[in-house]
Design a binder for this molecule. Structure first.
Ligand SMILES: O=P(O)(O)OC[C@H]1O[C@H](O[C@H]2O[C@H](CO)[C@@H](O)[C@H](O)[C@H]2O)[C@H](O)[C@@H](O)[C@@H]1O
Ligand SMILES: O=c1ccn([C@@H]2O[C@H](COP(=O)(O)OP(=O)(O)O)[C@@H](O)[C@H]2O)c(=O)[nH]1
Length: 905
């Protein structure tokens, strides 16, 4: 007779072990799974509703199973099997099973760490033995869980199985790469001609590295040991790792199969490119528009457990081989030359390679900062870009809910698309961590990537990750009710960046209000002097500032006086105004992406009304409207664009005469040189968005052409900046024609009229003021303000040291900095740039008070004393030198030089 536990065991045998099904069994049907689970529940005598649908069944029994497992009795193993069965199901259905996964993980409660320890073996074995990708599925599912709930469960998995994090980030591969790079730098510094210089493969390099870091130095003379060019190589200095959806270039593939690379356009690129160009070591990660198109897996939610159905890059515990495999897969996909014949000879082969995407990118990278592609599943990308980013976040954050795509009225659809958005953010986050070093500053841009900070921080909490929102932050109430899945995750997600920048105070205020309203536990403080908010929430502190973007003025001004620009300016003016324009005819110019936020439809309506109300302008004025076709994959854009074109045609049909057309409507964009010529050719720029981040074109117009007039709406970020700067006063100086409500046709067309009739000298005077303001607020100001570490860290600023008290107080501050440095070094936390900035500022402040050519400082003994004392501060200055070298040393990981910091005397 079998005892009860024996009986249970023999029954249990009838159920196949989760995570050990052979591939030929796949895909297992949900019905089968349900039967297995029900059988287990029967054995465990757990009650459940027989007719319940599978998801409901899982949701209703997860907690009871967890309790049974935690009892640690004879049936515990059975309960664990039940839990594993559920987990296996969830990991096989990442997309349609995530709600169940949420319930499942929540029901595990405080037992997650121990549960992950138990299940890791099964997951790994299945991946290794059967080529499943359950580990990746688990990591992503937990990421999604954390994003949706604001919890930190992913970190519990890392705590339970540390190797999993390392493997995901390819830590070993990265360390190897770092060492290899370091070795190369070192070799070039030593100027050695040894065979190590020509290490050609990674294994050679590894060998070389081992040899070098071992006893090979015996053969080196003392002289050779000395570094030739300082301690820190640029390789270990802080870089900016820029991460955005759109790249700074546009890539086009010719019919021949060759790739053509061009400078990209768009506001984000215009303002970030100059910052990145400052240092060739900087790195820009972006999606280049080429993604993995896996046609075999059309249906979202298909089982994950077949070898290649999961899109995220696989990694083994070494990281390296599978990173390579992923890259190979990407380039194989992207470079698939199905349509071109095989090269005929070596020369053709070489030319092909040069013009391949890889060749073109390598070429670009040689002359610039580095540009690396982030590649994701095409299906995910389309949903992330055309769905959540531009179908929901874009209209919602611009407070234009009427443009939110109607698909998202369906909660299920919204959740499914949200998964794709999280997944793409996850991919960007992993790429950013993999590509960065501890001392780098990682800068994430815009609404496409709002979760990247929190995902990165869960992978490595010491990273410094900043975020800049290029668009407004004005979500309507329904963002937190109807679209709450997205709304709350976004609100919380931003707080997990180290620092967040907004374009305007209006947007930051709104964000802070919403945090106050919805995140009751958040502690908000405001530093009036710095104009920075700090929000502490769930163990993280985030600083929030306001930084209106601008342009690099010289990038535009350099075209202004070129003879070819002047010629083009005349050509454009002739094309727009005709051969014989009337002397008082005005050339209005608008240039923007064909976006409903830009208020193009409202502009056309007002322009139509303009000729109806002011017929004296017929035959005189022309509006040259460039609306660059964009985002047509989003329904709302298509509808809007078609409507605008229809109205544009109507205006021309209604008002054109035999030799005059009121409107030139163009949907192709201009290159920068042509754009500058158009700015010079126009009389009046018209920038009238309903709501918009900044509108750099408004600034570009006035930088290039200070004689121009400007019609500017209050929806533009630049208008808010101009008003704040006093360039438009209700009861005073008005340097542009303001449109307060783009829907008010009458007022709008009156502004057109006022601008057209404005005397030239008045227009010039206003233009000059705007020009001067923009010139003084170049992009340099924006980037250095955003990157300034002093709004997230205490930084010693250059100080006037007049008295002995000033001296002591400065030295106390530096003592604090030194303590923090030591603390971080002991804990192995990276040293950030602000420490060196502080010490350098302190050192320079002291040097300022030394007599020229000496280290003798002069102070007053008290603030009201005229008595001057002299001090030798040689020791202090030397200490600063040493500390600064130490920081360089720590950052350089140049272990061979440690002895110079050890006081052997
Ligand atoms: O990449 P696309 O979908 O084609 O869109 C182009 C960019 O449009 C948006 O630009 C914003 O950034 C500008 C600079 O800060 C700002 O002046 C403008 O008002 C914004 O709309 C978008 O935010 C970028 O991410 C896109 O790349
Ligand atoms: O035909 C065009 C239209 C626009 N742009 C550039 O695209 C950017 C648009 O930035 P803005 O902030 O005005 O709007 P966004 O498109 O980013 O929303 C500006 O730098 C323009 O110079 C361009 O190079 N060619």
């Amino acid at each position: 007779m079998e005892t009860e536990p024996e009986q249970a065991q023999s029954h249990e045998k009838k159920i196949r072990d989760p995570f050990s099904r052979t591939i030929k069994d796949e895909p297992i049907s949900n019905e089968q799974r349900r039967k297995e689970l029900q059988h287990l529940l029967d054995l465990l005598q757990i009650e459940y509703k027989k007719t319940a649908e599978f998801h409901t069944l899982i949701a209703s029994v997860s907690e009871t199973l967890t309790i049974a497992w935690k009892r640690r009795d004879a049936k515990s193993e059975l309960a664990l099997k039940g839990l594993l069965l559920i987990l296996e199901y969830c990991l096989s259905h990442v997309f349609d099973g995530h709600e169940v996964f949420e319930i499942f993980v929540t029901s595990l409660g405080y037992s997650t760490v121990i549960f992950w320890k138990h299940c890791a073996g099964y997951v790994f074995d299945s991946d290794l033995g059967r080529g499943t990708k359950f580990r990746d599925a688990l990591l992503f599912s937990l990421t999604l869980y954390d994003v949706n709930t604001g919890k930190n469960r992913l970190r519990e998995l890392y705590a339970a199985v540390p190797g999993i994090r390392k493997s995901l980030l390819g830590v070993n591969a990265k360390q190897f790469g770092e060492r290899y790079h370091h070795l190369q730098k070192k070799l070039s510094r030593y100027g050695s001609h040894s065979s190590l210089c020509s290490v050609s493969s990674e294994s050679d390099a590894e060998e070389a590295f081992n040899v070098k870091s071992g006893n090979h130095s015996d053969s080196e003379t003392e002289e050779e040991k000395k570094p030739r060019s300082g301690l820190a190589t640029p390789h270990f200095q802080q870089r900016v790792i820029n991460v955005s959806n759109a790249p700074p270039v546009s890539l086009k593939r010719e019919k021949t199969g060759d790739w053509e690379i061009k400078q990209g356009s768009g506001g984000l690129v215009a303002c970030v490119d100059p910052v990145m160009s400052k240092d060739h070591e900087n790195l820009w990660l972006a999606n280049l528009g080429m993604n993995i198109n896996d046609k075999r897996h059309k249906r979202r939610g298909s089982v994950v457990s077949t070898p290649d159905s999961l899109s995220s890059p696989g990694t083994n515990t070494l990281g390296l081989p599978l990173i390579k495999q992923t890259i190979a897969e990407v380039f194989f996909h992207v470079l698939a030359d199905d349509d071109i014949d095989a090269p005929k000879n070596e020369k053709q082969k070489k030319a092909r390679e040069e013009m391949s995407l890889l060749g073109v990118l390598n070429n670009y990278n040689r002359g610039n900062y580095k540009l690396n592609p982030v590649v994701v599943q095409e299906e995910d990308y389309n949903v992330y870009y055309g769905g959540i980013s531009n179908g929901l976040l874009w209209p919602a954050l611009h407070n234009l809910p009427e443009y939110i795509v109607s698909e998202y009225n369906d909660e299920k659809q919204l959740r499914a698309h949200w998964c794709a958005y999280v997944r793409v953010n996850y991919q960007f986050a992993i790429d950013a961590v993999r590509n960065s070093r501890p001392q780098d500053f990682i800068w994430i841009h815009d609404y496409h990537l709002m979760l990247v900070g929190m995902i990165m921080q869960s992978l490595d909490q010491h990273l410094e990750v900043g975020f800049f929102l290029h668009i407004p932050f004005q979500p309507p109430g329904e963002f937190f009710s109807k679209y709450s899945t997205v709304g709350f995750a976004v609100l919380r997600g931003l707080l997990r960046f180290t620092k967040v920048g907004f374009q305007t105070h209006r947007d930051r205020t709104k964000y802070i209000e919403l945090v106050q309203h919805y995140l009751g536990t958040a502690k908000i403080t405001y530093d009036e002097k710095m104009d920075i908010y700090s929000v502490a929430n769930e163990g993280w502190t985030c600083s929030l500032g306001v930084f209106p973007v601008s342009i690099k003025n010289d990038d535009f001004l350099k075209f202004v006086d070129l003879p070819e620009t002047i010629k083009l300016k005349h050509d454009i003016r002739k094309k727009v105004m005709g051969g014989n324009p009337l002397p008082d005819g005005r050339f209005f110019f608008s240039v923007e992406r064909f976006d409903y936020t830009k208020g193009i439809l409202e502009k056309l309506q007002a322009y139509k009304r303009y000729f109806e109300k002011y017929p004296d302008r017929i035959g005189k004025d022309v509006l040259y409207q460039i609306a660059v076709t964009n985002r047509r994959s989003v329904d709302t854009y298509r509808v809007y664009q078609d409507e605008c074109i229809e109205l544009a045609n109507k205006i021309n049909e209604t008002f054109s005469t035999s030799n005059w057309k009121p409107l030139i409507f163009q949907t192709d964009g201009l290159q920068r040189s042509e754009l500058v010529a158009a700015y010079l050719a126009m009389d009046i720029g018209v920038v009238t968005p309903k709501k918009d981040g900044m509108n750099l074109v408004a600034k570009e117009m006035l930088v290039c052409n200070p004689r121009a007039g400007l019609v500017l709406s209050t929806g533009a970020g630049s208008e808010i900046q101009f008003t704040t700067a006093g360039l438009y006063k209700e009861n005073g100086e008005k340097n542009y024609h303001r449109i307060s409500n783009v829907f008010d046709e009458e007022a709008y067309c009156d502004a057109f009229y006022a601008a057209a009739l404005e005397p030239e000298d008045v227009r010039k005077e206003h233009g000059k003021r705007l020009h001067e303001f923009i010139m003084a607020n170049d992009i340099e100001r924006w980037s250095s303000a955003f990157l300034d570490p002093s709004w997230t860290h205490e930084v010693i600023r250059p100080t006037q040291v007049d008295t002995l008290d000033d001296f002591f107080s400065l030295m106390m501050k530096t003592r604090n900095v030194r303590r923090q440095i030591v603390g971080r070094v002991l804990k192995g936390i990276p040293i950030r740039s602000h420490f060196a900035i502080s010490l350098r500022n302190a050192k320079e402040s002291l040097e300022q008070i030394c007599k020229p050519g000496t280290h003798t400082a002069e102070f007053k003994s008290g603030s009201d004393s005229s008595e001057v004392a002299h001090f030798e501060i040689d020791n202090e200055l030397q200490e600063f030198e040493r500390d600064l070298s130490f920081i360089d040393y720590v950052q350089s990981e140049d272990a061979d030089n440690v002895e110079q910091f050890v006081d052997v005397s």
